[in-house]
Design a protein around this ligand. Structure first.
Ligand SMILES: NC(=O)c1ccc[n+]([C@@H]2O[C@H](COP(=O)([O-])OP(=O)(O)OC[C@H]3O[C@@H](n4cnc5c(N)ncnc54)[C@H](O)[C@@H]3O)[C@@H](O)[C@H]2O)c1
Length: 396
């Protein structure tokens, strides 16, 4: 079969790009042709690995006529400006989560994409994981009755991984709400199908040396009557991946000897050197990480229907029905992050809208903002920018 690969430009050659690289490398439908990145080391690594053209400023990248779509993987406080520039230059957009850090920036991106006549996808996020899609399909089929309740939980050492100063400042989009809650919100919204209506939450900001939200619990209500609890701690010592068959977020086996690595490493560096640690995790050359053997995931998720509880695993969905237990496997992961790249390919080459559009990303961003507001005021927050999954047909 012959096809024309999508010529892609990357904005930001940092950690997010490193995590997407195995996906781009494994998928012949994409060719990395250019990148915009202020750091010279990563620009020259990109040129030598991909032979592509690099720019220190996104404005120059946007004038490159070869580029059809851009993957925006710059820090999230820049997503608004970067996405608006690229959309204005007629490039399709894959904007890493969160879409932006406030609703007006998110709205500006959506308006620019519409005006530029380009597709806008918010991702990757864990709502693209194949077991999440499988569970959503089972729920939507009504096979086990109505969906009543969802629980999503994740305990990690997120706050103790190397961070830039902005990643520890809520005003700049730092903390676990913008970077991590957004994954859980995406997953829960996809499973629930209907529009979220309101949310109440509490947050934890417990380490004065890292003064941002590191934990939260939220209770979300949906139009269908389903409710969901979302709990995340980035201060954790217990690692909830142990409840996911010891498979990491990226679908790889977790070596037990890695226990405590994040805190151990951080304790060894004087504070200013943390930036160097973070930079060491950005793109410097092509590296082969451990191969994913299972799907990516974002911690334990259980969806309770009238006649079965569905437990998501890194390989599929365990079904605890009224009188029997069974397992449905998600299609084996033939390549990393296939879901988000299928969405990008479908949008650019076949004009198909995925679920995770700009409006989808804005709705998840609104829920992130609502977590912060509810924690501040102690009150529930009504949600106004929510959308349902397009195939949602109402409560069966
Ligand atoms: N989906 C995922 O799995 C995932 C994982 C990590 C990060 N992210 C998201 O990716 C984004 C980047 O986070 P990160 O952890 O990779 O940060 P990072 O600091 O590792 O990388 C950001 C990169 O952008 C570059 N940059 C800074 N200013 C720029 C500019 N004006 N133009 C172009 N490039 C610029 C930096 O030099 C750096 O290389 C965030 O929105 C984050 O939420 C997503």
């Amino acid at each position: 079969m012959t096809f024309e690969p999508i010529r892609l430009g990357v904005v930001g050659l940092g950690r997010a790009f490193v995590l997407m690289l195995p996906a781009f490398r494994a998928d012949p439908r994409f060719r990395l042709v250019a990148a915009a990145e202020p750091r010279a080391e990563s620009r020259s690594a990109f040129e030598s690995d991909f032979g592509g053209k690099t720019y220190s400023d996104i404005k120059e990248l946007c004038t490159d006529p070869r580029i059809e779509a851009v993957y925006i993987a710059s820090p999230h406080e820049f997503h608004g400006d970067h996405a608006v520039l690229a959309a204005g230059a007629g490039k399709h957009l894959l904007v890493d989560k969160p879409l932006a850090i406030n609703l007006s920036e998110g709205g500006r991106i959506i308006t620019a994409a519409r005006a530029g006549g380009v597709h806008l996808i918010t991702g990757p996020s864990h709502s693209f994981d194949a077991p999440v899609k499988l569970a959503a399909d089972i729920i939507e089929s009504g096979e086990f009755g109505r969906l009543r309740m969802i629980q999503a939980l994740n305990y990690t050492d997120f706050l103790y991984r190397p961070r830039r100063p902005e990643e520890l400042s809520t005003a700049s989009g730092g903390g676990v709400i913008f970077s991590q809650a957004v994954h859980q919100i995406d997953v829960v919204r996809l499973l629930a199908g209907s529009k979220a209506t309101r949310l109440v939450a509490m947050t934890g900001n417990w380490d004065a040396a890292r003064p941002t939200e590191g934990a939260f619990s939220a209770l979300m209500q949906f139009e269908s009557g389903t409710f969901a609890t979302l709990t995340y701690s980035g201060y954790a010592h217990f690692d909830s991946d142990l409840w996911m068959n010891n498979i990491s977020e990226l679908g790889t086996q977790k070596p037990p000897a890695a226990y405590g690595n994040a805190r151990r490493t951080l304790a060894q560096v004087p504070h200013p050197d943390e930036i160097a640690l973070k930079t060491a995790r950005t793109y410097m050359c092509e590296t082969e990480g451990p191969r994913a053997t299972e799907h990516e995931h974002f911690g334990p998720v259980i969806a309770l229907c009238d006649h079965a509880d569905l437990k998501l695993t890194p390989s599929g969905v365990e079904i605890f029905a009224d009188t029997s237990r069974s397992f449905r496997a998600a299609p084996a992961p033939d390549r990393p992050r296939g879901g988000v790249l299928d969405a990008l390919w479908g949008a650019v080459r076949a004009d198909e809208e995925p679920i995770q559009t700009g409006e989808w990303g804005l709705a998840s961003l609104e829920a992130c903002q609502a977590i912060l507001e509810s924690a501040r005021t102690g009150l529930p927050v009504g949600l106004k920018h929510q959308i349902s999954v397009p195939s949602w047909k109402g409560t069966p």
